[in-house]
Design a protein around this ligand. Structure first.
Ligand code: 13P
Length: 341
């Protein structure tokens, strides 16, 4: 393992003014997104859509540091035969790959999940590296509800995240460690704070036990935020203040960067929260976005599967990427949203 090189890549992933495009929806998830815009989820439509994003030169060269790909996409070529990975590289962004194989029901723990995919991971990482991937992602899912999460769910998922991270570093790939506490429930922000704290503490304990070098990883957490169905919705300032307090308490300064998931927040909320956090600096790590939905909802709608809408889709993507880039420096204002439309 070359830790200097892992640290260089992790630092580039969270470079000031840049963030990560999570375009790694599984075939099932992208079908749901395409259903919403009336597009059939065929292999070529998925390719055309992602090619549109990766050819958005303004966004890709100025605001996006890296792209998380799904297995199908990393092996696909653009319409002109150029591998999609090469398109990403030539824009200056770093290709990455989602390597978990989704979730399964956790035995003895009703309603809880464990992320799977460790078997043969070492061999798969080698092939992804050869294809150009320099970082990877593994997502653990922790739900909040009555009596959950259990310590069992937190513990097995943290263990798997650390096993994955160690295998990545041994393969010279920077692991994005993503323990996602879902915001789907009716819990308030303080319950989210408590659960996320337990999850992050356990995750870092496992990372240490399994000798993962913190300097060569990126953390992808949820924010401390109210559940979507909570009657008590925390303000932007409260989300920012509690998220920063939580991360400072749980994430060692040796970690080069933190890149948030959007998790079902609206596009503008995800941007406003990141921006407000940067008003509370200085911070001990890079702090940016690794959004899926909050970067792609607008371009998906603008594109709607039509070749004549590619330029409009790219404009919508560049706009969201620029807004989040500004937020990652604390320079975003809501008035900038209106001007763009
Ligand atoms: P969202 O931003 O849509 O939550 O997706 C980010 C991601 O990569 C989830 O694993």
């Amino acid at each position: 393992m070359n830790l200097t090189e892992l640290n260089r890549i992790a630092t580039a992933m969270v470079a000031s003014g840049k963030g990560i495009l999570a375009a790694d929806e599984s075939s099932g998830t992208i079908k749901k997104r395409f259903d919403a815009i009336g597009v059939e989820s065929t292999e070529s439509n998925r390719r055309d859509y992602r090619e549109m994003l990766f050819r958005s030169s303004e966004a890709m060269s100025q605001y996006i540091s890296g792209v998380i790909l799904y297995d199908e996409t990393i092996w696909q070529d653009a319409a002109d035969g150029t591998p999609l990975v090469k398109l990403i590289e030539s824009s200056g962004a770093i290709p990455g790959i989602k390597v978990d194989e989704g979730t399964q029901a956790l035995p003895m723990c009703p309603g809880e999940l464990v992320t799977v995919g460790l078997d043969k991971l070492a061999e798969r990482l080698k092939k992804y590296y050869e294809r150009g991937a320099r970082f990877a992602k593994w997502r653990a899912v922790i739900d909040i509800g009555s009596g959950i999460p259990s310590m069992t769910a937190i513990s097995v998922n943290a263990h798997a995240l650390a096993r994955y991270a160690a295998l990545c570093q041994a393969a010279q790939i920077v692991p994005i460690v993503e323990p996602e506490v879902l915001m789907d429930g009716d819990h308030d922000i303080d319950r989210c704070y408590d659960v996320t704290q337990r999850v992050l503490n356990k995750t870092f304990q496992e990372l240490r036990i399994q000798r993962v070098a913190l300097e060569g990883m990126v953390l992808k957490p949820n924010m401390a935020i109210s559940g979507k169905k909570s009657p008590k919705q925390a303000s932007v300032e409260e989300v920012a203040e509690k998220t920063i307090r939580l991360l400072k308490a749980c994430v060692p300064a040796a970690v080069p960067g933190i890149a948030f998931l959007s998790g079902g927040q609206s596009d503008e909320e995800a941007t406003a929260h990141l921006n407000a956090m940067h008003k509370l600096g200085p911070l001990p790590w890079g702090l940016t976005f690794s959004y899926g939905r909050a970067l792609q909802a607008a371009p998906q709608k603008a594109w709607s599967g039509k070749a004549e809408n590619v330029a409009a889709g790219q404009r919508a993507f560049s706009h969201r990427a620029r807004m989040n880039s500004l937020a990652s420096k604390g320079e975003w204002q809501s008035s900038l949203e209106k001007k763009a439309a």
